[in-house]
Ligand binder design. Structure first.
Ligand code: DC
Length: 227
C-alpha cells in the first residue's frame, strides 16, 4: 500500500483532531495538529505583547519562535513545545483561544506555519488537521476530508471537555467563541477556511466516534490501494 497524505479540515470543535489522531494510530501515520502551532504562536505573542498591526514586531517575534511536537507516551499523542517548553495546557486556555483566530489571519504567521507543515509532510504517511490543509498546505493530498457538525452538538462536546478544568464556563460563552472563530477563520484574506473542491464532507453530528473512524478508514484504504 502506498503512503498518502490525509488532510482534515473543518470548523472549530467539529472533532477533527479526534478523527485525525485515531486515523494516524490505525494507519501508523504521523499526526499533526496545526491548530496547536497557531495557538503556540499566539501564546508567544500574548506573553511578549506583540502588536498584531506591526509587521516588524511580528517578523522579529517569529524569528524567536521554535515549534516542535514531542510524543507523550502517557497520553499516546504529541504535546506542543514552544522554544522547548511544553505549552500543551496554556495553549488550550481562554486567553489563547480568544486571540488565536486573529493571530491566524496574519500573512507572515501563516507563511511561517505553512512552510513547517509542508516540510513535515515531505515523507507522506501523515494525517494533518486544520483549516487550510486541503486548500493551501497540501493541495495535492490524496485524501481530503471536510468535517462538519451541528453547532449545538459542537457546543455540548466542547462544554463537557472544558467544564472539567473550568467549572464556571457557560455554554453561551463557548457558542459565542466558536461562532466568532468560524467567522474570522472563514472570512480572512489569506487561505480562509473553506472546503476544497475535491474534499469529501463528513457530517459527524449524529454518528459515534467509532462510526466516523470506520468511514474515514475505508476512504483512506481506498486511496492507499490506488495505483
Ligand atoms: O483547531 P484549533 O481550534 O486548535 O485551531 C485554533 C485556531 O487556529 C483556529 O481558530 C484557526 C487557526 N488555524 C488556522 O488558521 N489554520 C489551521 N490550519 C489551523 C488552525
Amino acid at each position: 500500500m502506498k503512503k498518502i497524505i490525509i488532510a482534515i479540515d473543518g470548523f472549530s470543535s467539529c472533532g477533527k483532531s479526534t478523527l485525525a489522531k485515531q486515523l494516524a494510530k490505525e494507519l501508523n501515520y504521523v499526526f499533526i495538529d496545526t491548530g496547536a502551532m497557531y495557538r503556540a504562536i499566539t501564546l508567544f505573542f500574548l506573553r511578549n505583547n506583540i502588536d498584531t498591526n506591526n509587521t516588524e514586531q511580528i517578523n522579529n517575534a517569529l524569528k524567536n519562535i521554535s515549534l516542535t511536537f514531542k510524543y507523550n507516551i502517557q497520553k499516546g499523542s504529541s504535546d506542543m513545545y514552544l522554544n522547548n517548553e511544553n505549552v500543551e495546557l496554556q495553549i488550550r486556555d481562554m486567553p489563547v483561544t480568544q486571540n488565536v483566530s486573529l493571530v491566524s489571519t496574519i500573512k507572515e504567521v501563516r507563511e511561517f506555519a505553512v512552510a513547517q507543515q509542508q516540510q513535515m509532510g515531505k515523507e507522506k504517511g501523515i494525517v494533518m488537521d486544520g483549516r487550510d490543509i486541503g486548500t493551501t498546505v497540501f493541495p495535492d493530498a490524496e485524501l481530503k476530508i471536510f468535517v462538519t457538525s451541528n453547532i449545538d452538538v459542537r457546543v455540548d462536546r466542547r462544554y463537557k471537555e472544558l467544564v472539567i478544568t473550568n467549572p464556571t464556563i457557560t455554554k453561551e460563552a463557548i457558542k459565542e467563541n466558536l461562532l466568532e472563530r468560524d467567522r474570522i477563520d472563514s472570512s480572512r484574506a489569506v487561505s480562509p477556511l473553506k472546503k476544497a473542491d475535491d474534499a469529501i464532507e463528513l457530517d459527524n453530528s449524529f454518528i459515534t466516534r467509532e462510526e466516523q473512524l470506520a468511514i474515514a478508514l475505508q476512504w483512506a484504504k481506498e486511496k492507499m490501494n490506488e495505483e
